[in-house]
Design a binder for this molecule. Structure first.
Ligand code: BES
Ligand code: MN
Ligand code: ZN
Length: 499
């Protein structure tokens, strides 16, 4: 799909379809709405007849509108002006994109002129529109031999914007396309089942990425390398599997040599059976998504490289498969982590914090400015915040502000959770420095975060628990590539001096 900006009047565009987002109570005189001149009357009549309801994303097809060069109009409802939000814009854009992609059209245009308002400026309209089309056009058909799913036929779409906004619009479009590319990478990797997406397969993906971009270098630590270093926690988690663990490092060098990098750490459990503390069978297939943190940090490196961000970033993906078996770790086993601290593994299903603790300790050698980790870490996180909002934990106020801002800018919802120091008391072990679980299940997401905090002392650090947001369940099961939009916004602001 080819995306372009156009300053032509929307009614003059020859296309299979012209999409017009419209408020329920749109009036041509409203400062928020600038209706394409020649069709203003048709549209306002349409509005006055009560055709647009309160919903965002209501789809209306209009045919035979002679004032327009396009073969048909798709009027998509934005609801009442007074209740408009950026989230509603995304909802309307996605509804329009899916309605359009179901048809066999090859070219379309979207009238964005004059829609800029407090909720969304013109550049944000462009960015969200491009992301909405990419989101709805995404398919994962790698394992379908019968072409059940119809491939979208849409070849080109142009966004009509005011002349004054071409520069910012083009920047927003380039950004959105780079981000969408990264999101597809994350989704493909995460949707790939665990018999194909093994730790070595993730390592290979990272290496392919390194070959494509001159500013990316990759290093893969094997079991032998990790043994030498003492990364016994990640090794312990992987020891029950036929697929050996891999520690995948992808460095992007876009800044000065002397500039401290941002370290991104990702949980890369390619399948989480729970190990000897075996999970119940229902929905266990979804545990192929337990590597979404790793996919996110590698995706971030790819997007940073395609945007040529002037910063240094190192992504560390701790990849292992958590399996029961003759060689697997058992409840009660004690390991010595890379940090030197010993951990009693009371539950082999709390494996994410184990692979992460070694990865977080490994970060030290990069003297990072900030460490951000991403992990599908706890079911408790999903209980706490649901499936729409990622949770993040940090004791660094400035970092929390920057991350909240990034969530807001990218419309990738996230909520700060507390790191409560006294939770550490529940991680006492009679036999080791720490236990990997508390003796109860209350506040499980916080407990896991407090465990990780034992390995990040002295660093500016935030932990994202993305167990609820990294994939969707049920009929539309699939990876979301979240929170890559939030992360890229943070990195972009960081690169250009806002945070
Ligand atoms: N990968 C899971 C967390 C998870 C579970 C994410 C369900 C999404 C949906 C993690 O490794 C895990 O099993 N966590 C345990 C921790 C517990 C044993 C303290 C959990 O959340 O039950
Ligand atoms: Mn687990
Ligand atoms: Zn897990």
């Amino acid at each position: 799909m080819n995306f372009t900006l156009s300053t032509d009047a929307p009614q003059q565009i020859k296309a299979d379809c012209l999409i017009i987002p419209l408020f329920k109570d749109a009036q041509p005189k409203d400062p928020q709405v600038k209706l394409p001149a020649k069709i203003a009357k048709i549209l306002t009549d349409y509005v006055q007849l009560g055709n647009i309801n309160d919903d965002c994303g209501q789809i209306n097809w209009l045919f035979d509108v002679k004032e327009c060069q396009a073969s048909r109009l798709l009027v998509v409802g934005l609801g009442p002006i007074a209740e408009f939000t950026a989230e509603k814009a995304v909802c309307a854009l996605q509804a329009a994109a899916s309605a359009l992609l179901q048809k066999q059209y090859s070219g379309a245009a979207l009238a964005l002129e004059g829609l800029a308002c407090k909720a969304l400026d013109e550049a944000q309209w462009v960015q969200q529109a491009a992301l909405a089309f990419k989101e709805k056009a995404y398919q994962f058909n790698t394992f379908k031999t019968k072409t059940a799913a119809k491939k979208p036929t849409l070849k080109s779409i142009s966004f009509c914007i005011d002349k004054a906004h071409v520069k910012s619009g083009q920047k927003a479009l380039d950004y959105a396309l780079a981000l969408a590319e990264g999101m597809s990478f994350v989704k493909d990797l995460a949707n790939t089942p665990a018999n194909h997406c093994t730790p070595s397969a993730i390592a290979q993906k990272a290496q392919e990425m390194g070959k494509k971009h001159p500013k990316i270098t990759t290093t893969i630590l094997s079991v032998a390398d990790m043994k030498k270093l003492g990364m016994n926690a990640i090794l312990a988690v992987g020891q029950g599997s036929r697929h050996e663990p891999k520690f995948v490092i992808a460095e992007y060098k876009g800044g000065n040599k002397s500039q401290a990098p941002i370290a991104l750490v990702g949980k890369g459990i390619t399948f989480d059976t729970g190990g000897i503390s075996l999970k119940p069978p229902a929905t266990m297939d979804e545990m192929k998504y337990d590597m979404c943190g790793a996919a996110t940090v590698l995706g971030a490196i790819q997007v940073a490289a395609s945007l040529n961000l002037p910063i240094n970033i190192v992504a560390l993906a701790a990849c292992a498969e958590n399996m029961p078996g003759g060689n697997a770790i058992k409840p009660g086993d004690i390991i010595t982590t890379l940090s030197g601290q010993t951990v009693e593994i009371l539950n082999t299903d709390a494996e994410g914090r184990l692979v992460l603790c070694d990865a977080l300790s490994y970060c030290a050698r990069y003297k990072p400015e900030v460490i951000l980790d991403f992990a599908t870490l706890t079911g408790a996180m999903v209980v706490a915040l649901g499936t729409h909002t990622s949770g993040f934990f940090t004791d660094d106020e400035a970092l929390a502000i920057a991350l909240n801002q990034a969530a807001k800018n990218s419309l990738d919802s996230a909520w700060r959770m507390p790191l409560i120091a006294s939770f550490k008391d529940d991680l006492k072990s009679n036999f080791a420095d720490l236990a990997n679980i508390a003796p109860h299940r209350w506040g499980g997401a916080i407990e896991a975060a407090v465990f990780l905090a034992q390995f990040t002392e002295g660093y500016r650090w935030a932990h994202f628990d993305i167990a609820g947001t990294a994939w969707t369940m049920g009929a539309n099961k699939g990876a979301t590539a979240r929170p890559l939009p939030l992360l890229m916004d943070y990195l972009y602001q960081h690169a250009y001096g806002q945070s």
